[in-house]
Design a protein around this ligand. Sequence first.
Ligand SMILES: [Mg+2]
Length: 343
Amino acid sequence: MKLAFRRQRLKTRQPFATFHGVTSEKETIVVELKYDGLVGLGEVVPSALYKQSLESAESALVRMEAMLDWGPLAVEAVVRRLLTEFDDQRAAVCGVDAALHDWIGKRLSVPVFRLLGLEPPQCRTMFTIGLSEPAAIREKVREALAAGFCALKVKVGTDADEQTLAIIREVFDGPLFLDANEAWSPAVALDRLRRFARFRPTVVEQPVARPDWQALAGLSRLGVALIIADESCQRPADILRLHGYVDGVNIKLDKCGGIREALRMIGLARTLGMQVMLGCFVSSSLAIAPALALASLADYVDLDGHLLLAEDPFEGISCFAGKLELSDRPGLGVRPRTAWPQP
Ligand SMILES: [Mg+2]
């Protein structure tokens, strides 16, 4: 198999802020896997949260090419080998895992969700509103509701949170998900959850820093909202560690290493009676498509990373009234909007 890759530059429609920082531009990596006359595509979305960069992902990709000699149909064996060798570069593994699935789907002329034995992914995604000033919050909520989204996710973690939540609850009575992105100490989290109870959140995601995961048990027992671990949950073993401390986990393919590992994590979480959210980072549709293929397995779908972009270089996922639909083209179902210049 030949593995080639190139960077793609993405711009968000508006600056997107979380407790970790602001994104208005980012680069991801498009992976092309060529074998037997077909090309499989995948996207690598490295995250500084997991000590990854474009450079660290690219150097992993260069080393991976020599480890693909079993061919794409041995996807499980190949990805296991990559996860063992590149445990800290799971975003890069995810891009190759996606390209392998895309290739197999194209070879067998079936969409990836069919290949996995799953239902067509037709699901409602929540829409995420970043940290913003009150006027901007009002405008973003108005836009999201006008576009038909039925569930909202709001980034929290500042002194303005109560004001933000009050503004949203003035006009929106539906499911409200809060994501603190590790913003609070355990004591502050306890205080915030008590104060936020009046806004009836459905879920509070990652209220405390990763190493404070044991404090999540106390927050879950408060009964204000379901507590879901995101940054604390990267690998399958994290689910075992978190069981009994949280109500559920946010599984992101970019974070865990792709479809194969995500399926293991979803199975594990389900076996342990935990809830499953499927999440994403800001990325093009190419990174959203493999996660969307698994959407029928999740309780909550938060796959709006491509909707935050000014221009998405890939097409194949439609969004009407908050409902995502993946094309039923073979493979991942997405393709570049414009032909790439040939080297
Ligand atoms: Mg999160």
